[in-house]
Each structure stands twice: as C-alpha cells, then as structure tokens.
Design a protein around this ligand. Sequence first.
Ligand SMILES: CC(C)(COP(=O)(O)OP(=O)(O)OC[C@H]1O[C@@H](n2cnc3c(N)ncnc32)[C@H](O)[C@@H]1OP(=O)(O)O)[C@@H](O)C(=O)NCCC(=O)NCCS
Length: 154
Amino acid sequence: MLQLIKRCPEYTLGYKAYCQELYDNNVIYFRPTNPNSIDEDWFSRTKSWYDKKEKGLIEGQPISFHYWAVDNGKFIGEFQLRTEFPEKVMLDIGSIGYAVRVSEQGKGYGIEILRRGLEIAKEHGMERVLLTINDKNITLISQLNGCMNTAPYQ
Ligand SMILES: CC(C)(COP(=O)(O)OP(=O)(O)OC[C@H]1O[C@@H](n2cnc3c(N)ncnc32)[C@H](O)[C@@H]1OP(=O)(O)O)[C@@H](O)C(=O)NCCC(=O)NCCS
C-alpha cells in the first residue's frame, strides 16, 4: 500500500534512484536533487536545511514539508506541501508539488500521492490549496479528475 512518510535515512538510496530516473528522462518541470550529490552522508548533511524549511527559517523559501512516497519498501515518488501563500506560491509554484519515478509512472501512483497529499494538507489545517497548472504539467488536470471523488477538497 502506498504511504507518504517524512524523509528518513532508510530511503536515501531509493530517493537517489528516483532523482536519477527524473534526470535521465529530462523531467524539467519538477527538478529533483542532483543525484550525483546524494551520497551516504547526504541525509544528515541536509537534514537541518529541511527542518528549517518546515519552520520558514530559510530566507526566500516558503514554509514547506517534504514527504516521500513508498510502497512495500520501494521508493515511488515525493510530495511537497507549502502551507502558506507568499507571492512565490501564488504566482509560481503553488501549494503542492509531486512526482513519480519514471519506471513507476502510469500505474495510478500519481493520483494516489495527490489524494493522500490533499489529506495531509487538511491535517495541516489548510482550508484551501493552490495547484499551478501550465503547459508543462498539464497532466495535473487528469490527475485531479482522477482523485476528486475521494479528495478532501472540492
Ligand atoms: C504527473 C505524474 C505525477 C503522473 O504520475 P503517474 O503515476 O504516471 O499518474 P497516474 O498513473 O496516477 O495517472 C493518472 C492519470 O494521469 C494521466 N497521465 C499520467 N501521465 C500523463 C502524461 N504524461 N500525459 C497525459 N496523461 C497522463 C493518466 O493517463 C491517468 O489518466 P486516466 O486515469 O484518465 O488514464 C508523473 O507523470 C510525474 O512525475 N511527472 C513529472 C512531475 C510533474 O509534472 N508533477 C505534477 C505537478 S507538480
């Protein structure tokens, strides 16, 4: 069963493989971490930066929470939630970003990550979310249609 979990050291290698697949396939809309920078110390090296991001302590960056999507021990994708609405969120990146590793696309994971992610947004107390749709991520429309009957937002 697909789960969205907080980042954790156990899935660092899976995260690296996911980033590598997006890089190799030139996924430009959702640019992940450069896989070459992910080594065995990467998680501990970056932890305080992500912790600060959750508290809004990184200048110029909206408060954001990062979740990893795993299914039965396998790294599937990620989900990012921005809980406030500064100009960058309103005019550019929206409240939600997510992606599925290329080798696992087309299996329904994207819709499931979005559905579960919207529940998490509710748990964060968000009354509304903003999804930015443009010509580079137009697939979001079918994703939204796919999860609307079970999503916590209308
Ligand atoms: C968008 C993305 C998350 C979809 O993940 P996925 O696991 O392949 O999606 P699903 O299997 O849940 O597909 C759900 C629906 O989206 C449609 N879909 C998925 N990828 C598509 C594509 N590239 N073009 C057109 N439709 C697409 C599927 O056909 C399906 O629709 P259907 O139920 O009517 O057949 C994935 O392609 C991705 O990671 N893209 C790069 C990052 C990105 O654009 N993120 C979105 C916004 S930040």
